[in-house]
Design a protein around this ligand. Structure first.
Ligand SMILES: [Zn+2]
Length: 208
């Protein structure tokens, strides 16, 4: 077992004054306070702190009304690809990274038009949305070799649509064993790659 593993298995191990984390991590350690100064009850659990998730949990990004003015899917194409995490732009639809991915490379294919229901798409939008979905699968396969995909549209909030007012098709790459205990017990996904890197890799392959 590694020393890290031994430490993780020892619930009584706490950071002491002379027991700083590895400076190789590149953190500024001057602000870290020793655990001795705080009320505490040791137990068997490790803690994974995810304060960035509060933006999602608090709904700060969620539009207040369902009109185009507040809609993130209407706003994204007006920004640069890098800023909006857009991977590819078509005539009637575009592909964008989901800011809250289930897995790295989780894409959303959206019409530019602010429509909610699949039946509202024009024939041209319907065809291009399907073509973009196929292309997204090919690109993700070439870049990261997933074992499978989940494809789908949640129609209405009751069906799980986070932004119900603007249609979006999910393209979610899946790997064997990607559903570990974290999403089940903690509603948390561990994501090993940051958005900018994923977007750059997918965009490069899409336009190859
Ligand atoms: Zn919209």
């Amino acid at each position: 077992m590694t020393s890290e593993g031994e430490q993780a298995a020892d619930p009584d191990h706490h950071l002491g004054a002379g027991d700083r984390p590895d400076p190789a991590l590149g953190m500024d350690l001057s602000d870290i306070e020793a655990a001795e100064g705080f009320p505490r009850v040791p137990d068997a659990f490790q803690r994974l702190w995810t304060p960035h998730r509060m933006v999602y949990i608090g709904g700060q990004d969620k539009p207040k009304d369902s009109g185009p003015a507040e809609c993130p899917f209407c706003a994204a194409p007006k920004k640069s690809d890098e800023e909006a995490l857009i991977v590819a732009r078509g005539e009637t639809v575009y592909a964008v990274l989901n800011l809250y991915p289930y897995n790295p490379g989780h894409l959303l294919i959206c019409p530019y038009r602010h429509v909610a229901d699949y039946t509202e798409l024009t024939p041209a939008e319907t065809v291009e949305l399907a073509e973009f979905t196929q292309k997204a699968m090919e690109v993700i396969r070439a870049v990261s070799g997933p074992d499978g995909f989940n494809l789908g549209m949640n129609q209405g909030e009751v069906a799980g649509a986070g932004i119900a007012a603007h249609l979006h098709q999910h393209v979610v790459p899946r790997w064997s064993g990607d559903a570990n205990f974290l999403p089940i017990v903690a509603q948390t996904k561990a994501l090993p790659q940051v958005h900018a890197d994923v977007r750059a890799a997918l965009s490069k392959e899409w336009n190859r």
